[in-house]
Design a protein around this ligand. Structure first.
Ligand code: AMP
Length: 380
């Protein structure tokens, strides 16, 4: 049995964005100290952490110094270089282990893992260079989606190819680097399962969440959508299998496409709390952030039960286009929960915060939370 890391200890986080911020809030509530390491300062997590270490992930001496001052290291951002996780692991446990990061931060490795372990994926081809794109397109046909192999998120670094003549334009648009070509999935909807695994293999999950995107960025998440319970059970079993196969200690999200025939296709993995699990902060007995803390500190996992039906919307920087959003108008709904991440610069498409609302059921909560977001920019 792993030794528990108890309240009073210090948890180090590689990365410093909103996921780290919400993790830090959960950890501090339980009496832990939290340190963050990233290249930025006055970051969303740094603002609420005990210590904000500023350094480059490639500066392994700085990573080692950071790790030597904490009791365990986790991450909130999967594009941390593997070497940083490996260096940290020479000092303290890193959870999830660096190999999970290594797999999930590169689409080809992730797809090879999923396919090799028997999990359902869209057909895919490795496209290491421009010369291989034509053959890959011939084998997969169109439409197909070309995605950069590394460092993509929120639909960045991807292009849909409808006909072979568009190959060159797509190749240039994703930055002309190593890529993966995927068959286009005609999905009925997108869903995800956020799940956690403890040091001793204990498993917990947050059920299925339906995710509606706008411009490739998550827009609305609704937990417990009205889908066939067999599909929910299947999605949870796939998530359990992924966490076990990768020997994850921590939280991991599996994103799926649900096809019109009720088939599940794994789109991608995120080895950390996920935007689609933010509802759990206010709507569950144990949030995904507390769950990550419990898992990485070798504590028993918490209860994921819902307190009330809920739905979440993201607040992107676009909402600031005509000045500060009208927070008072949204908060006129007394049960609405507002989360802002402390980012000073409201750029279009940037995730600035989110809101969660409650309702009689998920759709009712979604109506309320969307109405609250509309109220933010309604001018007299
Ligand atoms: P990703 O960054 O891979 O999560 O992709 C962002 C979004 O693009 C997804 O949430 C889907 O809406 C869409 N997308 C990505 N891959 C595919 C695919 N193979 N087929 C259809 N839509 C896709």
């Amino acid at each position: 049995m792993s030794r528990a890391i108890l309240p009073g200890a210090t948890v180090g986080v590689l990365g410093s964005g909103q996921l780290g911020r919400m993790f830090a809030l959960a950890a501090r509530r339980m009496g832990y100290r939290v340190h963050t390491f990233s290249p930025g300062d006055d970051t969303p997590m740094g603002q609420v952490a005990d210590r904000e270490a500023v350094g480059d992930y490639a500066d392994l001496d700085a990573v080692a110094e950071f790790a030597s001052r904490v009791d365990v290291v986790t991450f909130e951002f999967e594009n941390v270089p593997f070497e940083a996780a490996r260096t940290a692991s020479e000092h303290v446990p890193v959870r999830p282990r660096g190999e999970v990061l290594h797999t999930a931060q590169h689409r080809q490795r992730e797809k090879d893992f999923l396919h090799g372990a028997g999990f359902p994926t869209a057909p895919f081809e490795h496209v290491p260079d421009r010369a291989t794109l034509g053959g890959a397109l011939e084998r997969l046909g169109t439409p197909a989606v070309l995605k950069t192999a590394g460092f993509g998120y929120d639909g960045k670094g991807q292009a849909v190819i409808h006909a072979p003549e568009q190959a060159e334009e797509a190749w240039q648009s994703i930055g002309a680097g190593e890529a993966v070509l995927e068959g286009f999935v005609e999905f009925e909807r997108e869903i995800s399962v956020v799940a956690a695994r403890g040091c001793d293999g204990e498993f917990a999950h947050y059920g299925v969440t339906e995710n509606r995107h706008r411009d490739h960025i998550l827009d609305v998440s609704i937990p417990d959508p009205d889908i066939d319970p067999k599909i929910t059970a299947n999605a949870v079993e796939i998530a359990r299998g992924v966490l076990e196969a990768l020997d994850v200690v921590g939280v991991l999200c599996v994103e799926f496409f649900l096809t019109h025939d009720g088939e599940l296709v794994v789109n991608e993995l995120a080895p950390r709390p996920h935007n689609s699990g933010h509802f759990s902060f206010d709507a569950c007995v144990t949030s995904q952030f507390e769950q990550q803390l419990r898992a990485v500190c070798a504590l028993p996992l918490g209860d994921t039960r819902r307190l009330r039906p809920s739905a979440m919307v993201n607040l992107l920087g676009d909402l600031w286009d005509n000045g500060m959003p009208d927070w008072r108008a949204a908060l006129a709904d007394p049960s609405l929960k507002l989360h802002l991440y402390g980012k000073a610069d409201a750029r279009p498409g940037r995730k600035m915060g989110h809101m969660t609302a409650f309702g009689d059921d998920g759709e009712d909560a979604a109506r309320r939370v969307i109405a609250a977001r509309e109220a933010l920019t309604r001018r007299p």
